[in-house]
Design a protein around this ligand. Structure first.
Ligand code: ARG
Ligand code: ZN
Length: 858
């Protein structure tokens, strides 16, 4: 069944209040839900109350205190006949949390009970109008064994607790803020807290708790610091203050996604909570800061103002991603954060936009909403809002968001409501800009720059590629920050913002005696692909001197992309290849030598574009050939710049561990230098990697050394991996890294390693982090996944078939990797497609997987 955005109808009944009573048990939990329902004046006056359910049965149904029998089931929904205007409807249900392997609704993880309700998990707990435009005030009572569940948590504030004679105890919680069911949460378990306090700008004292299993509490300080920083930042940057006296965060090891913003009770994947230098990399620390921020910021962008329906998901997710990006940029290096965000977008969203699952940031239809928690809705959604901010300027944008929060506080809003508020608050006319919400596909902007007399003319043309269900596209407004460098002075006369809103448009700039060097889409001001064939010399110039750090990175990337795309498949004569490499080598050398550059940025600039991004540049790619060509370039660079790289590696290796930017930068540059050294000279790389591994007093250095050792064929590899496993056994998050490193590496035997690891005693299909550590790493590994034997595709296909019955949501995430087949060379494409067909042929598929496979086969 396909759900369409246009079919939205207001709910027939509202539920201003709900009281939930839980009798908790790991394998049997009993729930009584009392709903006060009132007829919605905006409804159509029907006499049936529809309560959604999913794999639950009504044990008893009462209306106004009387047991009723005239209810019926429609599929899994419960229909209750009601006349009149207001009633109390009571339903009893029971479920088995330990048997809930989907990790949606109420489930057991490591002996504790927890919930995940977004998007449609609440209906697996009790019957309810499980849609985000039904807002209720929640009162929750829960009772359970005191020894097993000493801690009992729900949303809002704890209002009463007590003990029973039979060894059980209970707690009563009340959340004063009306919320949709997807924000409900309950946690019961044996947990300890890192406790702190935050005082809001208006003087409210907020108790902060980060709940973890005993022994993990010393790994929670970074999460706590990030939470406090988030609360402060949202007051300053967006004027948003916290609105309860309590804020709880719980870390759970079995979790489908990153984390969840349940009101006053955020539930997190442990990987976004636990960190200490010995076990967490710098990237892990950054991930924690950004996800803690993200979930906290949802308190306003998502909870106080929620979504009318799930088609509006980007209203909260796109906006909240932008907010967490701005937060992280303020906490660390703004340019580096921007580069990382663009890399994420290009690696995850561009392929989505150019494949069979392309959809607008506000989709028009879906079969399973879980499939739409995508890079498009999240990351492109953030880019679309960022463009409005770029066009308006920070201050006017803030007026827009103030108006939005003010106007829609307590409501379930739409993307259109958001755009209208931004329009009115900023004074921008966003009529045409709204196309960014309805059109899928990454706009391609072709660029030409000509020169005559003293005028430079920039001609821009845009096309938005056809995507499934959207053949013809309209031109969209594309804000581009540009600068023109004078070749004689090496300077530009100031950056400007131009907005391309036609299919083709020219812009003239006077005062140039010679053709200037164009720096375009600075700061990645628009999420588009720029097509501009340019001389390597100009790119070398920009890579060395552009004063916009992102543009500098971009010049470096373009230099490599142009070369590799041309070189793949023997496309370059020897002399051309040598010239291309020489230009790249020169740019690299300049970056290594630049003393004005901080090491964090140096490390970024030294990262080569991924195979996935390179494959995006051509209509039909041979990812394996791209991988080989990329490795060949690394080998050449490593040899050519051997002395520069070893000098760099020596210098940064002397910097002691610290969490400050300089020390983090040193570790980033160290990792990149080591990779290139090892590519150029395997023996030298191995010696340095072993030394770095042994000397490491932190996970960043240890992991980057092991990454290099993993590619080796000698005994050093096995020794290091065995040491790592032995050193960290019992620490699930680090054992995940052990799986991930082996499945991501370019070892000739990588597929055999993955097969063996799938049978390792530490491997389990029931933990999503572990599944992703092994198999998502493989799906993202060009060498393993695209091995010409087709074995990589088969391993992912097998996984999909075996995991789907247990956990459809996590399974469905693997399908798009096979779904790329149309953009892959024919021999591999046929095998990828055959794998999809084999999945489709399996009788019982989840709705999640069926939708993704069906669309991928087209
Ligand atoms: N709202 C959560 C976040 O953005 C994601 C939850 C998604 N859950 C799901 N089952 N699809 O942080
Ligand atoms: Zn979110």
């Amino acid at each position: 069944p396909v759900i369409h955005r246009e079919d939205y109808r207001p709910p027939e009944w509202l539920v201003p209040q709900i009281a939930l009573d839980f009798r908790l048990g790991i394998d049997a939990t009993h729930v009584t839900a009392k709903l006060s329902v009132t007829r919605n004046p905006a409804g159509e006056g029907g006499s049936t109350l529809r309560l959604n359910g999913d794999q639950i049965a009504p044990l008893a149904v009462r209306v106004d205190g009387e047991a009723v029998n005239d209810w019926r089931l429609d599929g899994s929904d419960l229909l209750v006949a009601l006349s009149g205007e207001a009633h109390e409807v009571e339903v009893e249900t029971a479920m088995n949390p330990a048997g809930n392997s989907q990790l949606m609704g109420l489930y057991a993880s490591n002996g504790m009970l927890c919930t995940q309700c977004e998007a449609e998990g609440f209906r697996r707990i009790t019957f309810f109008p499980d849609r985000p435009d039904v807002l209720s005030t929640y009162s929750v009572r829960m009772a359970g064994d005191k020894a097993q569940f000493p801690i009992l948590l729900s949303n809002g504030n704890c209002t009463a607790t007590g003990e029973n004679a039979d060894g059980t105890h209970w707690a009563q919680w009340h959340d004063p803020w009306p919320k949709p069911s997807y924000l409900f949460a309950l946690v019961a378990g044996d947990l300890v807290a890192n406790h702190a306090q935050f005082i809001t700008q208006s003087g409210r004292k907020v108790d902060l708790n980060i709940w973890v299993r005993a022994g993990d509490e010393q790994r929670t300080q970074h999460a706590m610091d990030s939470l406090i920083a988030s609360m402060k930042w949202d007051e300053q940057a967006f004027g948003r203050e916290y609105d309860l006296d309590l804020f709880n965060v719980v870390a759970v090891s079995d979790f489908n996604m990153g984390a969840m913003e349940n009101k006053g009770l955020n539930v997190f994947n442990t990987r976004y909570v636990l960190a200490e230098p010995e076990t967490a990399t710098d990237a892990d620390y950054d991930g924690i800061e950004s996800v803690i921020g993200h979930e906290y910021f949802h308190n306003w962008s998502g909870n106080r103002v929620t979504c009318r329906d799930w088609f509006q998901l980007s209203l909260k997710e796109g906006f909240t991603v932008l907010r967490d990006q701005l937060f992280s940029a303020d906490m660390g290096s703004e340019p580096v954060k921007r580069i990382e965000d663009v890399r994420t977008l290009r690696g995850g969203q561009f392929p989505e936009d150019s494949g069979p699952l392309a959809h607008p940031i506000r989709p028009d239809s879906y079969q399973e909403i879980s499939n739409f928690y995508t890079a498009t809705v999240y990351n492109k959604g953030a880019e679309v809002i960022r463009m409005m901010r770029t066009m308006a300027g920070t201050e006017r944008f803030r007026q827009g968001t103030d108006l939005y929060f003010d106007r829609h506080d307590g409501e379930a809003a739409t993307c259109e409501d958001f755009v209208k508020a931004i329009e009115q608050g900023t004074g921008l006319d966003l009529t045409q800009f709204r196309l960014w919400y309805s059109q899928a596909g990454t706009p391609q902007v072709s660029v030409s720059l000509t020169h005559e007399g003293d005028v430079a003319t920039l001609t821009l043309a845009q096309t938005v590629p056809a995507t499934p269900d959207q053949a013809d596209k309209q031109p969209m407004p594309i804000p581009l920050r540009i600068a023109l460098y004078d070749r004689d002075t090496g300077c530009h006369a100031g950056e400007r913002l131009i907005v391309l809103d036609k299919a083709k448009e020219s812009f003239a700039f006077g005062g140039f005696a010679r053709l200037p060097v164009l720096s375009i889409n600075r700061g990645f001001s628009a999420p588009v692909a720029i097509e501009f064939e340019r001389d390597a010399e100009d790119l070398v110039f920009l890579a060395a001197r552009d004063d916009d750090p992102f543009a500098r990175y971009e010049a470096m990337q373009s230099l490599v992309v142009q070369h590799l795309v041309a070189a793949v498949g023997g496309g370059l004569a020897d002399a051309e290849r040598a010239a291309g490499r020489a230009a790249i080598g020169k740019a690299f050398a300049a970056i290594i030598a630049d003393e004005a550059l901080d090491d964090l940025m140096r490390g970024e600039l030294m990262m080569l574009p991924t195979v996935a991004y390179l494959a995006e540049q051509v209509l039909v790619a041979d990812p394996y050939a791209i991988h080989e060509e990329r490795e060949a370039l690394k080998h050449w660079l490593g040899g050519e710049l051997a002395s520069e790289l070893t000098a760099l590696h020596d210098r940064v290796s002397a910097v002691p561990y610290g969490r400050d930017a300089a020390a983090r930068g040193a570790r980033k540059a160290k990792a990149q230098a080591l990779i290139l050294i090892a590519s150029g000279d395997a023996a030298e790389g191995a010696a340095r990697a072993i030394a770095q591994y042994r000397a490491a007093d932190n996970m960043t250095d240890r992991q980057s050394a092991l990454t290099v050792l993993c590619n080796l064929e000698g005994p050093e590899r096995d020794e290091a991996l065995a040491d790592f496993h032995q050193r960290y056994q019992g620490n699930a998050l680090v054992i995940d890294k052990w799986f991930q490193l082996q499945a991501s590496c370019f070892h000739p035997q990588v597929l055999n390693h993955v097969k063996a690891l799938a049978g390792h005693p530490d491997f389990t299909l029931s933990n999503p982090n572990r599944v992703r550590a092994l198999f998502m790493s493989l799906a993202l590994n060009p060498k393993g996944f695209h091995d010409v034997s087709g074995e990589g595709y088969r391993l992912i296909g097998d996984l999909i078939r075996r995991l789907d019955p247990l956990n459809p949501q996590t399974t469905a995430r693997f399908v798009p990797h096979l779904g790329r087949w149309r953009r892959i060379e024919p021999v591999r494409a046929a095998m990828m497609r055959a794998e999809l067909e084999a999945i489709m042929a399996q009788g019982e598929l989840s709705r999640d997987v069926r939708e993704q496979v069906g669309k991928s086969l087209g």
